[in-house]
Design a protein around this ligand. Structure first.
Ligand code: ZN
Length: 182
């Protein structure tokens, strides 16, 4: 998937995680379901013949994602690096996890040690945690409706000067920092 093919979707960053996972959006104004990769859309209320079956618009767009783009997971993981930022190693690991391979399978397939597989998995979980924190911060910072609830950040100066004497850096409760591995 090249960046140019996504030009119609300048708001790619505004898609929800659910929409990215599905590979389609529902346009509330028109009631259409549209593929986020090529824009093909399916009208709500229309029945789409598909082989022997008759599909609703939502089932039809879902089927379209499989047939034209190899499925939502495949399309997403194969986005241009400029968009998804994933390294080749990360992509491979995601594929193996998607296919339900255990650590031993991954070792054999990639020809790497069990320790390296664990490190790659750990790094993915770390990236997930960091991505979520960034998302929460950006959504709060960009939330215009929360204007009146925002308070002046006196702590900012301290962060800028790497001076944490007045406000200690927070750490999460251990419950939130324990990762489980298969
Ligand atoms: Zn499409």
């Amino acid at each position: 998937m090249k960046l140019t093919e996504l030009e119609n979707y300048k708001n790619f960053k505004d898609l929800s995680i659910e929409e990215l996972k599905n590979g389609y959006i529902k346009k509330e104004e028109t009631g259409e379901y549209a593929c986020i990769y090529c824009g093909e859309s399916f009208e709500e209320g229309v029945i789409y013949p598909h082989g022997e079956r008759l599909l609703t618009a939502e089932k039809a767009v879902s089927e379209h994602i499989w047939e034209e783009h190899g499925g939502a997971f495949h399309s997403l993981v194969n986005l241009d690096k400029q968009i998804c930022g994933l390294s080749e190693i990360q992509k491979s690991m995601l594929y193996y996890l998607y296919e339900g391979n255990d650590n031993k399978d991954i070792c054999d397939e990639m020809g790497i040690s069990a320790a390296t597989v664990r490190t790659h998995k750990f790094n993915l979980q770390k990236a997930k945690r960091e991505a979520k924190i960034l998302l929460a911060l950006l959504e709060t910072a960009e939330d215009e409706t929360a204007g009146s609830q925002k308070r002046p950040l006196e702590i900012k100066k301290d962060i800028d000067q790497s001076n944490t004497s007045r406000f200690e850096l927070n750490s999460l409760h251990p419950f939130f920092t324990q990762f489980k591995y298969k």
